[in-house]
Design a protein around this ligand. Structure first.
Ligand code: EZ4
Ligand code: CO
Length: 405
């Protein structure tokens, strides 16, 4: 069967939120799907793929995945960056999908086979008050989850990351121009230890509890917060400080035994190198979709294993079901799996995407007999949901200064 690439298409569709999807076809008639969704910058990725990568791929052998990866990465001269690496990831996922279909095997088999039967997943819980947040965590535990991330509105602030004001599910990119949020570090630092202690007090310690700081603290503030959260025994404190400052995490680490997780905004192994090799973190959180695809992520995860760092791959609604499938195949095969974030999807997403993985209670399970990534994309359904410009919020301190979001 000819593995020559004959077609590369990019689809932008918005069934509830925007997704960028790559479709590669071979002369032998195999079709591979990849996720290249970059929340709030979708059209830049589409152009990178359509205008700059597609012409390089036509006629190539789709089974030379590593060579194509290096060609796109080294051949660009301009390395790394979210737009470049998300684009390469979309191509890479589609090529793994094709290879699996050619072999008649799910991608996790090509990666070495199952290292576990199912994956512990964690959803988000939140509320406008401590009581509502506790009820939200309790509802998630009732659904069968063994790990839950909790956020709550900080008293005195009009908006808080992770909280939906009007009820319903939280979606970070929701307006056609960025919304502005307000942030006050002292109010947050005063509130969060009380929130997490209240959750433990009501619901006990028999499940994994997570919290996302979303890059808002200095290293000393984060160290102090981590220390004050120690009695609540978190599974992790996420994104304690702005992630690009790798050495900051050593400082946080020196002041607390609360486990640290970071990486959702990273796009290459170089972003993680110092964090992992200095043992400054416990969990690495890159998404396969933003970090060069399966080819690159398995290197990140192998480096992490060497230093006792486990996976906690990013799984928000802005990683499409295709990218989530790529996460799931990797999670299943690696030795150092920790947990998989699973935020869930807007309802209409299911009209466009079908997957061979599914949520059962609080775990992700995947079929053994569906080759490739096990995803399908309904193009007619996708065309009913055209691109709909949406931005993530921008954050300001109470004095009006722009702050990390
Ligand atoms: O804000 O994916 O842990 N999850 C998160 C996400 C991110 C969004 C940004 O696009 O922090 O909700
Ligand atoms: Co996060």
């Amino acid at each position: 069967m000819s593995m020559q690439i004959t077609d590369v298409d990019v689809l932008v569709t918005s069934p509830g939120r925007n997704y960028v999807i790559v479709r590669i076809e071979t002369a032998g008639g195999l079709v591979g799907w990849g996720d290249a969704t970059l929340n709030g910058r979708e059209l830049a990725v589409r152009s990178y793929l359509q205008d700059h990568l597609a012409p390089l791929l036509l006629g190539r052998d789709a089974s030379r995945i590593g060579d194509i990866w290096s060609y796109l990465y080294k051949g660009a001269y301009w390395r790394r960056g979210p737009v470049t690496m998300t684009s390469i990831s979309g191509i890479d996922q589609a090529l793994w999908d094709i290879l699996g279909k050619a072999a008649g095997m799910p991608v996790f088999q090509l990666l070495g086979g199952r290292a576990r039967d199912r994956l512990m997943a964690y959803p988000h819980a939140s509320g406008l008050t401590v009581e509502a947040s506790i009820a939200s965590v309790a509802a998630r535990l009732e659904e069968g989850y063994r790990a839950v991330r909790v956020q709550a509105a900080v008293p005195g602030l009009l908006t808080t990351y992770g909280i939906h004001r009007g009820g319903g599910s939280y979606e970070p990119a929701k307006s056609s121009l960025p919304e502005e949020e307000a942030w006050d570090t002292p109010a947050y630092l005063d509130f969060v230890p009380k929130l997490l202690a209240a959750v433990r007090n009501e619901l006990g310690f028999g499940f994994n509890l997570l919290h996302d700081v979303h890059h808002r603290l200095s290293p000393t503030e984060a160290g102090a917060l981590g220390r004050s959260l120690e009695p609540s025994r978190l599974y992790w404190m996420e994104d304690a400080t702005p992630a690009e400052d790798q050495s900051a995490f050593a400082l946080v680490r020196a002041h607390t035994t609360t486990p640290l997780a970071v990486g959702e905004v990273f796009n290459s192994i170089w972003d993680c190198q110092q964090l992992i090799t200095s043992r400054s973190i416990d969990y690495i959180r890159c998404a396969t979709t933003h970090t060069g695809g399966i080819t690159h992520m398995r290197r990140v995860l192998a480096l992490a294993e060497l230093y006792g760092v486990r996976s906690g791959l990013h799984g928000p609604s802005d990683v499409s079901p295709v990218g989530m499938a790529a996460n799931v195949h990797l999670d299943l095969a690696i030795p150092n799996f920790g947990v998989q974030e699973f935020m869930g999807y807007p309802e209409a997403t299911a009209e466009v995407f079908t997957t061979s993985y599914r949520l059962v209670g609080g775990h992700l399970e995947i079929d053994d007999d569906v080759p490739g990534l096990g995803v399908d994309v309904d193009l007619d359904a996708a065309s009913r949901y055209p691109y709909d410009r949406k931005y993530l919020p921008v954050n300001r301190l109470l004095d009006g200064s722009v702050h990390d979001w």
